[in-house]
Design a protein around this ligand. Structure first.
Ligand SMILES: Nc1ncnc2c1ncn2[C@@H]1O[C@H](COP(=O)(O)OP(=O)(O)OP(=O)(O)O)[C@@H](O)[C@H]1O
Length: 267
């Protein structure tokens, strides 16, 4: 497998174009890309389009040799894992059963013993052992988010598309989830694209960050390279500082909302 490339992608809903001629220089296997930007910037629309849930209106998106915009259902299930912003409560199945079902959907011939081994390994890696025998409809939003990720990871897709995967998680579980995704990317050559509102998590965990503004790329690059107060003003209409923390990571402090925001113009 080689990387994820997007070229001149247009996407949206019937006559409402949301994503305009979006380009993404090739993202290498093993990388995490954060999609950030204001509400309604188009993050979910872009993820849904890459996941094949929304037809593209133009352009290309490829994963290695595969054209992401015209995969059949089987190929899509084999290559992609998509975690939507809000998960259905998924009836009364046990968390363990949902992960086993996800595994069997892509590896129907897997032995019971191997499926159990992989399931146990994953629940342990994600620290979810206590949830295995709980029913999905009694889990909290954050617990469901973690089990949702387990359902995707167990299939070992090549591309993970995660829409605000940390939105319901407390700080410890945010680190667990992003750490697990990064580890999976490094060990399996997986690519992950994550819509995130927490800029500091994006800067800390992701190899590249793409800032969307009204469906266009406002800035893109490695965390330490492109984030400036001008980008914060243009993307979010806020005044902020970009500093390096004592551990060497780029961090953002938001000070106030701009009185007269000019979205989209990086000064
Ligand atoms: N099903 C839909 N039909 C028509 N327009 C939609 C639909 N879903 C989203 N939109 C519009 O597309 C635009 C982008 O929305 P999108 O959900 O992609 O933004 P987002 O960056 O993910 O926002 P947020 O951070 O608030 O989740 C918005 O103007 C929104 O109103």
């Amino acid at each position: 497998m080689s990387g994820l490339t997007i070229h001149a992608l247009d996407a949206g809903y019937r006559k409402h174009r949301v994503i305009h001629a979006l380009d993404l220089p090739t993202l290498a296997p093993g990388s995490l890309l954060a999609l950030v930007g204001a509400n309604a910037a188009g993050k979910s629309t872009l993820l849904r389009t890459l996941a094949g849930l929304l037809p593209a209106q133009g352009g290309r998106a490829t994963l290695g040799e595969a054209n992401l915009l015209s995969l059949d259902a089987l190929e899509r299930r084999r290559l992609l894992g998509y975690l939507p912003q809000s998960l259905p409560s998924a009836a009364s199945l046990y968390a363990w059963e949902t992960v086993q079902a996800a595994l069997r959907a892509t590896r129907p011939g897997i032995s019971r013993r191997e499926a159990d081994r992989l399931g146990e390994q994953l629940f342990e890696r994600l620290g979810l052992q206590a949830l295995a025998m709980q029913r999905m409809n009694v889990l909290s939003g954050g617990q469901r988010q973690m089990v949702g990720l387990a359902q995707l990871i167990v299939r070992e897709p090549q591309l993970l598309l995660l829409d605000e995967p940390t939105s319901a998680l407390d700080p410890r579980w945010q680190l667990e989830l992003l750490g697990a995704v990064r580890e999976m990317a490094r060990s399996h050559g997986l690519i992950a694209v994550l819509a995130l509102h927490d800029l500091n998590l994006a800067l800390r965990f992701c190899d590249r960050v793409l800032v969307l503004g009204e469906g266009r790329v406002l800035a893109e690059g490695r965390p330490a390279e492109f984030m400036t107060p001008g980008v914060l003003r243009a993307a979010y209409g806020v005044e902020g500082r970009v500093e390096t923390c004592s551990q060497g990571a780029t961090v953002v402090y938001i000070d106030r909302a701009c009185p007269n925001p000019s979205f989209g113009a990086i000064a």
